[in-house]
Each structure stands twice: as C-alpha cells, then as structure tokens.
Write a protein that binds this ligand. Structure first.
Ligand SMILES: [Zn+2]
Length: 339
C-alpha cells in the first residue's frame, strides 16, 4: 500500500514491504523465547505479556516498525498519525522505545510521580496507536548527553536484533536547530545502532543467545524543528481524530494535552469564557489541539490535497541494492569460461 507522497522533489518510494525474519541460517524465525514473568508483586505499566515475534500471516511475517523517542510526547507531536495508519492499514507491528524518564516534564512536586505519570501516559498512547509494547530505558531527562553513548547504542542494537524492524522512526541524526540534547543523542545513537545491528562481529554474545544480525532497511526521520529536512509526507487525513486523542494523552507534559483546560481556567478566573473551548476541560484540550497543534499538518496537507499530513525525511537501502545489482549484472555479463 502506497502511503507516501513525495515532498518536494524526487522519486516516490513505497514504504518497505514485508521482509522475512530469518535466522543466520536463512530459516524463518517464529517465536523467540518468552521473557520470564516478573516475580515481584508490583505491576508496572510496561510489564505486559511476554514478547513474542509476530506469527506469519500469508507473507513470511508481518512488517515491523520501531519508534525511538526521547520523551513521552515526541511521537504524538511528530508521527502518531503515520504509526496509526501503518498499524491499521498496512499490518505493521509497532514497538516504542523511549530513552529518557521524563523526570523534568510535569507539574507534580514529586520527581517519582512525574516519572510514573508520564510512563502511564506513554502506555495509554501505545494503546491508542496499536503499539504492541513500550520499552523504557529510563535515562535522566535532559541529560542524555551524560550517558555512555556506547551503552545506549548497545541496548538499541539488542532490541533491533530482537524486534527485527523493517523501518525505524526517530529524530534526524543531523538535526539542525535542535536544542534538546535528548533529541540529538537519541537520533545519533539510533543511527549508529541501526547500522551496527546488521554486522556480524559486534556484540557476538547476541548471536550466541540466538539472535541474528539484522539490517533495518528504512529510516524515517520526523521533523522535530522548523528547518529540518523532509523528502516525504504521509497522508494522515483519516487519522485526525487519532492525532487529537494521542496529543490529549499528554496531560503531564502539558504542552499538548492540558493547555486548553489551563487557558479555560485562566480566562474563567477573569470572568471570561472562550466559546470554542467548550464547557469542560476535555473539550477545551481537544479544541486547543485541533486549532493549534494540528495547524502545521493541516497546512502541509492542504498543499497536496490532503486534510492532514506528516512530514519525514526517508532513507532506505535502494542505493546499496542498485549498486549490488549493477555489480552482479556486470559480473554475469563479463564472466567467461576458465581456460
Ligand atoms: Zn522530546
């Protein structure tokens, strides 16, 4: 299914189709060993069912996309409509990895409560978008540049080899105009891990444990700041309501989810009402989101005959494929029998 529309120039490309999940002997992988159930009584929001690889449905396996975000609301801001569409229309299995713990993002006086509230909101976002599982790395918010990049990269390599995504969606590792260290460290770590996961000499213990090198063929860099490059847009006209619900999840971070209700309260204290914000907090949040948070996507879509669109910079391995095909064609055309 074509979901791309080219923006602004170049050759349109299909989103990567299903790729077989093969072990290093070329045998399709079914289920990986289930993770052990937690033994302690506390049930954190992320402790869902043991992870299993998707069963094949006709094609060798379902395609997989992994989103790597730094904060609870990144995906909602930049790519939630596309994820919802890939899951619902294209049969993708989606996973979400979050690098930080959001401990700076919330009005609560308790750091612990702030972290937990964001974690629960991320789980709710996953439910709305049909994401199968969330992996929280838990690094300190705004200090990802103090983390060992090698450690972050190794954790990503492990999950990339475990989940075997066809596409990874994250921050552009070049990231012009990006001031948040969590964003640029996440993007750069993903880029290196994506490449390293496909090599067979790095982290050989993964191979001993039954994992295999895995090349992620598609990269979708979302546009987190004005001025970051884009070469594709995704038509998410049918997912406007999903985008609104995704953004409304983020009550703790506030920028997206709870600004409407705070505006309503501020003006009510002055004896004023803004009719468009409606008569309750939930309506106010969603009215604010529709008017302000969706405006860039609606404006972008309008230039292409869509109700709403999300921009990305997309890269795949087509250059490598073309080079290898050219070499093979040249070799076959020029090979002569040995004397
Ligand atoms: Zn962020």
């Amino acid at each position: 299914m074509t979901i791309w529309k080219h923006e602004p120039t170049g050759t349109a490309t299909e989103a990567s189709g299903p790729h077989p999940h093969l072990d290093r002997h070329g045998t399709p992988i079914g289920n990986l060993p289930a993770w052990p159930a937690p033994e302690h009584p506390y049930t954190a929001p992320t402790e869902r069912q043991p992870i299993t690889m998707p069963e094949p449905i006709g094609a060798p396996t379902r395609p997989v996309i992994v989103v790597v975000q730094a904060h609870s609301d990144d995906l909602s801001f930049f790519g939630c409509g596309t994820i919802a569409r890939l899951v619902k229309e294209s049969g993708y299995t989606a996973y979400l990895i979050q690098t930080t713990n959001d401990d700076k993002c919330g009005p609560t006086p308790s750091v612990g409560e702030t972290i937990l509230a964001n974690e629960r909101e991320t789980e709710e976002l996953a439910r709305i978008l049909g994401i199968q599982r969330v992996f929280n790395f838990g690094y300190q918010n705004h200090f990802l540049d103090a983390v060992s990049v090698a450690e972050l990269r190794s954790r990503l390599v492990f999950l990339f080899r475990l989940l075997r995504p066809d596409i990874v969606m994250t921050f552009n590792p070049a990231q012009p105009a990006e001031q948040n260290p969590d964003h640029w460290v996440t993007g750069q770590a993903v880029e290196a891990a994506r490449w390293m996961a496909g090599l067979d000499k790095d982290y050989p213990e993964h191979l001993s444990a039954g994992l295999a090198p895995h090349i992620i063929r598609g990269r979708m860099y979302w546009v987190a700041r004005a001025g970051q490059p884009t070469n594709r847009i995704v038509d998410v006209s049918g997912y406007v309501d999903t985008k609104v619900e995704s953004l409304a999840v983020h009550q703790v971070q506030g920028t997206a989810g709870s600004t409407g209700r705070r505006l309503r309260a501020t003006f009510a204290a002055r004896g004023l009402v803004i009719p468009e914000l409606g008569g309750d907090d939930d309506t106010a949040d969603r009215a604010y989101i529709r008017r302000f948070m969706l405006a860039p996507g609606i404006e972008l879509g309008a230039r292409h005959g869509m109700s709403c669109a999300e921009p990305f910079y997309y890269l795949d391995e087509s250059d490598t494929d073309l080079h290898e095909a050219n070499v093979t064609a040249w070799a076959n055309a020029n090979a002569v029998p040995l004397e």
